[in-house]
Design a protein around this ligand. Structure first.
Ligand code: ADP
Ligand code: MG
Length: 405
């Protein structure tokens, strides 16, 4: 927390970078930082000010994030559309040490918040990475009473801080989904307050998404660790120690798509009596996706720990097989035909053979993402597609450049 090496305590009205940025209110926080809405006196715009913890390992992660972000946009300027834009960075010294500060364009709520309106009972574990996908908000924080907190006597910028945004098919799907969630809430006559809150979360949001938090992102050709991805979105090849590349992002993406549709994570492995979290994870995967082919199961550096020579899990013997489609229908009451189409979209992404998973570009061609009601759908270009891949495991995204798709 707020101690030497840790977070920097901020109060609304605090100044940064010799008075250029004025803190307004806290937007969020993570393991590495606190993020504040700030007013940029120079550009007369609202920005998000990420103030990193001060200990060396956090400073290093911040420098990495700066380098990574500037590199993705230099390698391919159209990446700006899907990734957070870094505006400025500087150092700020406070009682807990020297903090690297990153200044970003200001975005809206995370998908996590949106999904929480659709949650099923008994969920309390969502500290996950949907929090790193933010919706582009068209709300002017100075006009919305909930989002305001603007210090008096500050000049207010004009109009929408983010401008026009173009939606890609995934974002459209999300928006449609969100509308359906609202309709469902209304149907169930959830409390008026909850309904109002949900509606507010959509208000002024056009559902364009951007990815934040590249603190642990890596380039495909420069993998600095074997240990990647948020647990629940982790691909089998990572668990098995078989090496990894872009396809891990497609796996994560499928997990996130499932979660957005159902409000629950598909895989939530737990350590049990006589087996590890990894083994439970592999068992859960096989229960919905079928057995891992023996060749794949047995060729990782960790394979011997989990599998016998027949390709069966050593310590979890009895699996209850189902399928993605069955789960969608039976557990989440999604109508058969919707479930079938959605499962048809997801299953190829959940191929145990990473090289067989569709690429992000191929994934966008799937009919589940093609909407007939809007002609702009077809105009999507390939640079968008690759960012769908990067989107999946934010925080640990495997970076791609324009050559890779
Ligand atoms: P950490 O590296 O500490 O996890 P993040 O970059 O993920 O930090 O930011 C923490 C939280 O701050 C996010 O989950 C989000 O809620 C909020 N946040 C980050 N960037 C922005 C932004 N540009 N606009 C609005 N909120 C943001
Ligand atoms: Mg984060």
């Amino acid at each position: 927390g707020y101690r030497k090496g840790g977070y920097h305590a901020v109060r609304p009205g605090d100044h940064f970078a010799a008075g250029r940025y004025v803190a307004q209110r806290k937007l969020g926080w993570g393991n590495f930082s606190t993020v504040w809405l700030a007013f940029d006196v120079q550009s007369q715009k609202f920005v998000a000010l990420k103030i990193q913890k001060s200990a060396p390992e956090f400073a290093q992660a911040a420098l990495h994030e700066i380098e990574f972000l500037s590199e993705i946009t230099t390698r391919n300027p159209s990446n700006c559309k899907c990734t957070i834009q870094l505006i400025d960075h500087f150092k700020h010294t406070g009682p807990n040490g020297q903090h690297i500060c990153l200044v970003f364009e200001f975005l809206g709520d995370s998908l996590l918040k949106l999904v929480q309106y659709n949650r099923y009972k008994g969920i309390g574990f969502r500290h996950l990475k949907l929090e790193n996908i933010l919706l582009v908000s068209t709300i002017d924080p100075s006009k919305d009473p909930i989002r305001s907190g603007l210090q008096p006597n500050l000049e207010r910028p004009e109009g929408n801080p983010n401008g026009e945004v173009v939606l890609n098919p995934i974002e459209k799907k999300l928006k449609m989904r969100a509308r359906r969630v609202l309709a469902k809430l209304a149907e169930k006559r959830k409390s008026a307050a909850e309904y109002a809150r949900a509606e507010r979360s959509l208000d002024g949001i056009d559902m364009a998404c951007k990815i934040v938090d590249f603190g642990n992102a890596c380039w495909a050709d420069n993998q600095f660790t074997d240990f990647i991805q948020t647990r629940q979105y982790r691909a089998p090849e990572v668990i098995l120690g078989s090496g990894y590349s872009f396809p891990v992002d497609m796996w994560s993406f499928a997990c996130i798509a499932f979660e957005l549709a159902t409000g629950e994570m598909l895989f939530t492995p737990k350590e049990g009596q006589g087996y590890s979290e990894d083994e439970d994870h592999l068992a859960l995967m096989m229960e919905v996706l079928g057995k891992i082919p023996k060749k794949i199961a047995t060729n990782g550096t960790k394979s011997k720990e989990y599998f016998d020579r027949h390709g069966d899990l050593k310590r979890i013997r009895r699996l209850k097989f189902s399928s993605v489609e069955r789960v969608l229908v039976d557990k989440y009451k999604i109508p058969e035909s919707d479930a079938q189409e959605f499962a048809d979209f997801l299953c190829p992404l959940f191929d145990f053979a990473p090289e067989k998973r569709p690429t992000a570009a191929q994934c966008l061609q799937h009919k589940w993402l093609q909407c007939n009601d809007d002609k702009t759908c077809g105009t999507l270009n390939i640079t968008d597609a690759k960012n769908v891949g990067v989107a999946c495991s934010t925080g640990n995204a495997v970076g791609s450049d324009s050559k890779s798709i």
